[in-house]
Design a protein around this ligand. Structure first.
Ligand SMILES: *Cc1c(COP(=O)(O)O)cnc(C)c1O
Length: 406
């Protein structure tokens, strides 16, 4: 028998996706970051510090909760459905999965001897996470945020300022996330010697998608270990919402080799993918280059980024991580979308059946999870990544559901 030769993995590409489409001036910084990451992975002291902070600062591991009333709802009066578990990232510090990534990158920044962090943010959730880690590590933090988003997400602007970050309103273009990204890139090119660009999802030029995934995959590792203990088996399906794709990649990655485990991503369908008013990049976009990598993009015939729409600001991103583009392309993961209306229904289901107010982002994944649980039947186990809590969305939901007097 001959031993098959395994080519060394190309960490910078996922099939034809990924890569580095950036100005020459940034290549050295990307190389430095990659080297720092690999040396940190091999450093036991770094790993120990990260575990310690994840646990005692961040609140990990997060619970895996069997949602019995949601499962019963999926089953219906005379039917039977899978057991639905919720991975409770809403209970982690800062209220979402985002601390996993910023904690890792914050410690890397320190390792590289840099003391200035810059970030872009749309809804403000990643900005808050970046400000949190900068405060914890005593670093300077600048967050670029579209002027329009600053207005819509005032509370998050205040949170960032409370923790000592400088929030810079961006007034160019549409004054939203894509303009903030451009501004952050400009800052990075200018100040690359002293500054780390803390990217907030599994997007951007190599090595970001790989590094961010390595820091968020703790989510799927915890799910895997806990289910093996409690159910004695792996799940039949894992489901997560997809904006840039970090919480989904965190959940999916440890299961990629287990081909019996379905990986299901749910994008923001807005008013419906056929209306053009959505943020469903894999379902309704095409191949292109955004944010320094080849992936799927919502773009027009000239390659210009198209405006996006979603009830949830955190999914309102016109691109998606290159590894998701690859999982989509190879068919290993399936991607579907949920409309604003379905997201609101999912939001209500979790509130009313489980006493959990979810963020609008994971609320998108609830109805698809319920439908899948029904289809898979009573012997199956489905895990839904509850990526964050919904306090930030309560005003928006109250307005849409007309629960407040105008
Ligand atoms: C930011 C955010 C998302 C979307 O980002 P991903 O990188 O796709 O995970 C999803 N859920 C919550 C709660 C968020 O804060």
């Amino acid at each position: 028998m001959t031993t098959p030769t395994i080519a060394p993995p190309d960490l910078s590409h996922y099939g034809r996706f990924g890569g580095r489409f950036v100005p020459e001036a940034l290549i050295a910084a990307l190389d430095e970051l990659e080297a720092a990451f690999h040396s940190a992975q091999a450093d036991e002291a770094f790993g120990a510090r990260m575990s310690e902070l994840r646990r005692h600062y961040g609140g990990r591991p997060t619970p895996l909760y069997l949602a019995e009333r949601l499962s019963a709802h999926a089953a219906g009066p005379d039917g039977a459905a899978a057991r639905i578990y919720l991975k409770r990232e809403d209970l982690a510090h800062t209220g979402s999965h985002k601390l996993c990534n910023v904690l890792g990158q914050g410690l890397l920044t320190e390792r590289m001897g840099k003391r200035r962090i810059i970030a872009e943010t749309g809804a403000g959730q990643h900005g808050v996470a970046a400000a949190t880690i900068a405060a914890l590590l005593g670093m300077e933090c600048i967050v670029y945020m579209g002027e329009e988003d600053c207005r819509r997400q005032r509370l998050n602007v205040i949170r960032m300022r409370l923790m000592g970050a400088e929030v810079v309103p961006v007034t160019s273009g549409t004054r939203t996330l894509k303009d903030a990204i451009n501004e952050t890139m400009r800052d990075w090119v200018t100040n690359v010697e002293t500054t780390h660009y803390l990217i907030g999802s599994v997007v951007g030029p190599h090595p970001f998608p790989m590094i961010v995934r390595e820091y968020v995959k703790v989510i799927g590792e915890e799910v895997r270990a806990e289910l093996l203990g409690r159910e004695g088996r792996l799940p039949d399906a894992v489901v997560a919402c997809v904006g840039g794709g970090s919480n989904a990649m965190g959940l999916f990655h440890p299961f990629i080799g287990d081909t019996d485990v379905r990986l299901v991503g749910v994008e923001a369908g807005g008013d419906g993918v056929d209306t053009g008013r959505h943020a469903a990049t894999l379902s309704g976009g095409s191949e292109g280059i955004l944010h320094g990598a080849r992936s799927f993009v919502l773009q027009d015939d000239y390659g210009q980024v198209r405006p996006t729409h979603s009830v949830s600001a955190g999914l309102d991103y016109p691109g998606v991580g290159p590894e998701h583009a690859w999982l989509h392309d190879t068919g290993r993961a399936t991607y579907t979308s949920a409309t604003d209306e379905q997201a609101l229904e999912g939001f209500r289901l979790l509130c009313e059946l489980e006493g959990i107010i979810p963020a609008l982002e994971p609320a998108h994944a609830v109805v698809p999870t319920v439908e899948l649980a029904r289809r898979l039947g009573p012997d199956a186990v489905v895990v839904l990544n509850l990526s964050g809590r919904g306090d930030k969305d309560v005003d928006e939901v109250a307005e849409v559901l007309r629960m407040v007097d105008a």
